[in-house]
Design a protein around this ligand. Structure first.
Ligand SMILES: Nc1nc2c(c(=O)[nH]1)N[C@H]1C(S)=C(S)[C@@H](COP(=O)(O)OP(=O)(O)OC[C@H]3O[C@@H](n4cnc5c(=O)[nH]c(N)nc54)[C@H](O)[C@@H]3O)O[C@H]1N2
Ligand SMILES: Nc1nc2c(c(=O)[nH]1)N[C@H]1C(S)=C(S)[C@@H](COP(=O)(O)OP(=O)(O)OC[C@H]3O[C@@H](n4cnc5c(=O)[nH]c(N)nc54)[C@H](O)[C@@H]3O)O[C@H]1N2
Ligand code: SF4
Ligand SMILES: [Mo]
Length: 724
């Protein structure tokens, strides 16, 4: 028996886990009690890392499609196929003819996070899509304009705050997002134990809402109205207090002016939250010894995603809680944090290019995935003819997924880097698998930049693997798209990548290291703590770098060097919000999503321990709506929208607000050509078949996945009066 300490790469919490092996067999995965950050916390997904590793459906060789069927091939054959088919497309139609979609796990994987950049840069396409435009892009956008960099995102100082106002987040299930904080249950409990208060705003009474002091069941998509009303009250009652921020903020008067149109009485009928409650929320927020306002995916994947994300931080600034202990603060990660690099940084801007068909602006180097199908299906100059997916399953995770799937079938060529043959990769001409989390090293470059405490933890591979690391795959693809063929000298190419990184920081790459190890070592040495990889290798449970510290003004990179509270690129959307004040709901139904503890978006449903038990893919309906619409618990219903319709079993529950129904995303498995037997036996339905790809947050182009207008009708004719 041997053990290894690993950082779990499955979600944003970065838990330390202890894995026990008997030979090549994983026998146990448990929380690492000595981990400096997670102190033994684990969730069902982390506990399934062994099941993932041993999953017989997981791909062990590259696959190439021959006569419509995937067949196993050697690595050389797979890359030769890509070279012969991809390069001619680039040569004939240009680089933009090749689109990329990078999915969520590509961020949680050193190979794709560090070497993906190299490949994407070499490819040079403007058709670059990621899961960000079905997720957090509004927060990058608003942070970019407020603080100067899309990655300068403040996180709630949960361990010291006395008042936490959370909107559209369910960290007891999601384990936190844009807020790396393992064991949120424990951290929320601690807030209440020290006399603080937790307030949750969510159309559902979630697990997080259940442990909070207060829950407001808001009407979906109206958070920006609520937050503007809070701002309105702060100004009207003279409760604005910038405190230590006073000399670092511009635009306060503009915000005051804009907020005038949003008094509590005006927003109450639209949000569903009484004016008296809104006033009290504002007063308590202002009066708290320290307070943090935090919004997550329920506030970003909705019609006013960017305005909401902006107002969250406007409130943090106006109450003097930004950049102070107990408020929201800027992490200082040990590696890769762009906003800690010395020298002048260029202020954020968006819209450097626009998409061909719908004219949607670029944000953070990407364009909205909601328009990927348009770019594939619409003929003309610049049409997308090839697609490369990297750890993504857009056929389940993006809006109007049915149309996207149709479009993939029309591509000239498609490559997928993925560990499964699933709803998306079944369309690929070549599938390139990668090692499992236990076979590769890990360091969470992205998520430590969003952590509620500064920590650093290095994970060496826990066991040997048979598959080439994905960074090697990335370099072979880089070689192909730069016309240098499928068999480059990997060591030379890798040394070049390291030399370039080293040059930027004036360092020498360490001898005797290669791949991500060498890059992370360089990034740590260039970072603010003077750490080396060797330091982290000597600390298997991680290094604690202490609580968050104030970083204003050093962290800011706006043109003025200040927090620009009312940038035109954001306030331009306020009139659209004001028009919503006239939109008082009248019997309409809207659909929202719902994350589940044992799901990971679309891709861990092939693991028996995570899908056993009753069908979780249901449409939740409030009893009053069920009675009105003739829906019965356990019976199937037809959910239809402007995009499509699906049949889902009804779950009647008081947890959900009347007028709102909820279906989890990431289900709908087992189509032709997929190889996920367990998932197929627990198929569920794809909720994104009814998400309309034309509904977007106007500023960032992020899809509206919460607040989709739908109709719900029973699919079976009534069987006569039921016995009561
Ligand atoms: N309706 C609705 N839709 C949503 C959401 C919602 O709340 N509601 N949430 C959105 C959000 S927040 C996100 S982030 C997206 C996620 O959207 P995606 O990133 O497109 O989807 P995932 O389900 O995360 O798919 C991950 C893919 O990566 C593969 N994979 C896993 N590990 C590895 C690995 O180590 N290497 C490689 N190469 N591949 C790997 C899996 O097999 C799977 O195919 O979904 C979005 N879609
Ligand atoms: N177990 C598990 N953990 C995960 C994932 C998973 O699939 N499963 N996915 C990971 C990913 S990729 C991400 S991005 C994070 C997301 O992390 P969270 O944002 O915490 O995720 P959710 O649980 O979807 O919480 C969103 C909440 O917003 C609510 N909501 C919907 N519409 C509105 C609205 O208009 N206003 C308000 N105020 N609330 C609204 C929903 O009811 C829901 O409770 O989770 C990550 N962690
Ligand atoms: S909470 Fe996230 S990081 Fe922690 S064990 Fe679960 S999946 Fe892994
Ligand atoms: Mo996400």
């Amino acid at each position: 028996m041997t053990t290894a300490h690993v950082t779990c790469p499955l979600c944003e919490a970065t838990c330390g886990l202890t894995v026990t092996f008997d030979g090549g067999q994983v026998t146990e995965v448990r929380g690492d009690a000595e981990d400096v950050f997670s102190h033994g916390f684990i969730c069902p997904k982390g506990a399934s890392l062994g099941a993932l590793h041993h999953d017989p459906d997981r791909l062990r060789t590259p696959l190439v499609k021959r006569d419509g069927k995937h067949v196993p091939v050697s690595w050389d054959e797979a890359f030769a196929e890509i070279d012969t088919r991809l390069l001619p497309i680039i040569e004939a139609h240009g680089r933009d003819a090749v689109a990329v979609y990078a999915g969520n796990p590509s961020v949680h994987n050193l190979s794709t996070a560090l070497y993906g950049r190299v490949f994407f840069k070499a490819l040079g396409t403007r058709n670059f899509y990621t899961a960000g435009s079905v997720d957090q892009l509004p927060k990058h956008y608003s942070s970019g304009y407020l603080f100067g960099d899309g990655m300068t995102i403040p996180v709630p100082d949960v361990d010291r705050t006395q008042h936490l106002l959370m909107l559209g987040a369910n960290p007891l299930v999601s384990n936190g997002s844009l807020m790396t904080a393992p064991d949120m249950r424990g951290r929320l409990k601690a807030i209440r134990e020290r006399g603080g208060k937790v307030v949750v705003v969510d159309p559902r009474r979630t697990r997080t809402a259940q442990v909070a002091d207060e829950h407001h069941a808001i009407r979906p998509g109206t958070d920006a109205l609520l937050l503007f009303a809070l701002v309105n009250v702060l100004f009207a009652e003279d409760r604005v207090s910038l405190g230590h921020l006073a000399e670092h903020v511009t635009g306060v008067a503009d915000v005051a002016e804009l907020a005038r149109d949003f008094p509590p009485e005006a927003v109450a009928p639209v949000t569903g939250i009484p004016a008296g409650d809104i006033r009290r929320m504002a007063r308590e927020l202002a009066a708290a010894e320290s307070a943090a306002v935090y919004g997550r995916i329920g506030t970003t994947t909705q019609a006013f995603g960017t305005l909401t994300s902006w107002l969250v931080d406007v409130l943090n600034v106006l109450t003097g809680n930004l950049d102070r202990p107990g408020g929201v603060m800027f992490p200082l990660a040990a590696a890769g944090q762009a906003n800690s690099a010395p020298g002048k940084r260029r202020p954020f801007r968006h819209g450097r290019w626009r998409t061909r068909v719908r004219g949607l602006p670029e944000v953070l180097g990407e364009v909205p995935v909601a328009t990927l199908a348009d770019e594939i299906l619409t003929p003309g100059d610049g049409q997308v003819r090839a697609l490369i997916t990297v750890s993504g399953n857009p056929c389940l995770s993006t809006p109007n997924a049915g149309r996207l799937a149709e479009s993939l079938a029309r591509l000239d060529f498609m490559v997928s880097l993925d560990i499964y043959r699933n709803e998306t990769t079944r369309h690929a001409d070549v599938i390139l698998p990668g090692p499992t989390p236990l076979e590769r090293p890990h360091y969470d470059v992205a998520l430590y930049q969003l952590a509620v405490r500064n920590v650093a933890n290095w994970t060496p591979p826990a066991m040997p693997g048979d598959l080439p690391p994905e960074w090697v795959t990335m370099l072979r693809l880089t070689s192909i798209v730069t016309g240098q063929g499928p068999n480059p000298d990997i060591e030379a190419l890798d040394a070049f990548v390291a030399a370039q990184l080293a040059q930027r920081s004036g360092l020498e790459p360490a001898a005797g290291r290669r791949g991500p190890e060498r890059l992370i070592d360089l990034m740590l040495r260039a970072g603010p703590y003077d750490l080396t990889l060797a330091d982290l290798e000597a600390a298997p449970h991680g290094v604690d770098l202490g609580p968050l510290r104030p970083r204003v003004p050093e962290v800011l990179s706006t043109a003025s060097g200040k927090i620009e509270l009312a940038p035109e690129a954001i306030t331009a959307d306020v009139p659209r919000l004001a028009a919503e004040l006239a939109h008082v709901p009248d019997g309409e139904l809207v659909l929202i999503g719902r994350r589940q503890l044992s799901s990971n978006n679309s891709w861990m449903h092939n693991l028996e321990p995570l899908v056993r038990g009753k069908n979780r893919c249901t449409v939740q309906v409030h009893p009053a709506d069920a009675a009105r619409l003739g829906l019965a618990d356990g019976e199937p219903a037809l959910v239809s929208s402007t995009a499509g319709e699906i049949e889902v079993p009804v779950e009647v529950t008081e947890e959900i607000r009347p007028g709102v129904v909820s279906i989890p995303h990431g289900w709908g498995h087992g189509g032709p050509g997929t190889q996920t037997a367990v998932a197929a036996a627990h198929a569920g339905v794809n909720s994104n078949l009814v998400a309309d790809e034309t509904l977007l947050d106007a500023l960032s182009g992020t899809a509206v996945l919460n607040g989709i207008p739908v109709e719900v009708t029973p699919t079976r004719p009534p069987t006569g009066p039921r016995a009561v």
